[in-house]
Every structure is written in C-alpha cells, then in structure tokens.
Design a protein around this ligand. Sequence first.
Ligand code: FAD
Length: 289
Amino acid sequence: MKIKDRLNENRIHISFEVFPPKTDAGYEKVQEATDRIAALNPDFISVTYGAGGGTSKNTAKIAEHIKEDLGIESLAHLTCASSTKDEVRSVIGSLKELGIENILALRGDIPADMQFPSEDRFHYADELVEEIRKHGDFCIGAACYPEGHVENEHKADDIKYLKQKVDSGVDFLTTQMFFENDIHYNFLYRIREAGITVPVLPGIMPITSAKQMKRSCELSGTVFPRRFQAILDRFGDCPDAMEQAGIAYATDQIIDLLANGVRNIHIYSMNKPKVAEAIMSNLSEIIKC
Ligand code: FAD
C-alpha cells in the first residue's frame, strides 16, 4: 500500500526506522531487530540507505522482508549524490522488481572531501524525485528540516528549495529530528504559508546515550534545549537511567505533538526494539484516543 493513501486515513499513524548492516555479516542481527519492531504493528518501517550506495542491496532486501514476510508496509530510502545516474536508475529498477511501492528520495550528504565519483549525477533531491516519477507509480517521500538544512544560511532559501522539491512530485515529508516542539509548530506554519500542503511526519529521535547525542548533534546541527541538556548532565554516565530518561523525553514530545493535532509520528528507532517497545507501551491508550 502506498504510504500517502495510508496517511489519508483519519487516525494516528506511527512509523519506525531501521538501518541496514554495513556488511552482510551483520544482517541477521538487523533482521532480528526489524522483526521485533514490526511486531509492534506500525504503519510502516523505513530503511535507511548508505550515502555512497554501499548498503543499497541490504536496504532493498530488508525493505522487501518487511513488506513480504512481515506484512508491514516499507519505505526504502535512496540517496543520489554519491552515485552515477545509471547506478541510481538501477536501484530504482530493483526496488520496482521487488514490489517496493514507497521511496524516500534523498540527495545524501556531500562527501567530506568533496570528491564525487561522477559529474553525471543527480545534484539535488528534486532531480531524483523527477527521475523516480519516470520509473512508475511510486509513492515518494522526501526530507525536510525544521531548524533549516545545515548548508543553508537563510531559512527562507530552505523553504524555497523545499517547495521546489515538493512540486517536483513529493507525496509526503519526514522531518529531521528536533527536540523542541515549538520549532516544529513554527516550521509547519512557515511551510503551509509557502503553499506546501503535503503531510509532514515529525521525526522523533529517542536519545538513549550521551554518545548518541554527540553524534546526532554533529551530523544535523540540531539544537538541544536546556531541559534535555540537564537530563544528559545528570544521567549521561548511568546508561540505564539515560535510556529511561531518553524514552520518557521522546514520549513526552510525542504526546505534546498528538495533543496539538499532529496525526503522524515517525520514530527514529534505529534498530533498538527495546526503545520502540517502551515508547509504544507508554502510548498504548493515547494512540487509541
Ligand atoms: P536536498 O533536498 O537536495 O537539499 C540539500 C540542500 O541543498 C539543502 O540545503 C537545500 O536547501 C539545498 N538545495 C536544494 N535544491 C537546491 C537548488 N536547486 N539549488 C541550490 N540549493 C538547493 N542520508 C543518508 O545518507 N541516508 C539516508 O537514509 C538518509 N535518510 C534521511 C531521512 C530523513 C528523514 C532526513 C531528514 C535525512 C536523511 N538523510 C539520509 C540525510 C540527508 O541525506 C542529508 O540531510 C542531506 O544533506 C540532504 O538531503 P536532502 O534530500 O534533504 O537534500
């Protein structure tokens, strides 16, 4: 089923995310985690994609497993900046053959050394969206950034390019993680004002270790509010306490979003079924209401 059709149903939708192993040796462990997350019966599970395309085979394999074996809808991520156009076309063809209906179209991060393998590439995600559209009837998602994408100095440019991307054929958007809901509400206001009307799924990242927080911050430039910083200062050295506090913080964010009319939540569960299970348990009655 296409995710855009599912999101049209008048109820709360919850989705999770897993990432593929870097090598085939790690596949079984990722599959076990995926199976446990699928047992929570989410509306879909997304599968990330290595920016250089190195994990593309496993992204497709896990996405197929989720859909065919577990009976849960899947969303395969696809990046384009570090691949040639033909390589990207070949991955789209494989996803089509496997019966994958939903793709999250991404540019991917610019390589640190700025060394692109080819000039013959899709430069921005909107070009990738247009290409996917040519290959058939996919439902296409894309990324958005409530705090602005790190490469853009001005938020207005970010919204201008986001509108261009959505107009190229995007069916829904998933946000970069954020830890302050007011940032999301303000972002929604600004994009709606700019004429972007597709569903937006806020991405919630449960931070369960100090190391994860540092990494997340470096990658995304996300702002950590003082309230979260206090949790980290107090519990960062006690792994079990930090995990519990991170789950509680993410739960609290989700409850506030739902209380303010948001109907779709994407949880960056990152191969951690225990965290996904705890959040779903915390929300068990809330998502029925
Ligand atoms: P784009 O939409 O192309 O935007 C990139 C930058 O270029 C932005 O600053 C934008 O404003 C600007 N821009 C866009 N169009 C133009 C234009 N025509 N001219 C000038 N500037 C322009 N990375 C992975 O490697 N694998 C994943 O699986 C993955 N999943 C993700 C999932 C989500 C929900 C999110 C939010 C991010 C994910 N990323 C992933 C990270 C993502 O690849 C990076 O954030 C990347 O830097 C931008 O990708 P994009 O698709 O948003 O790019």
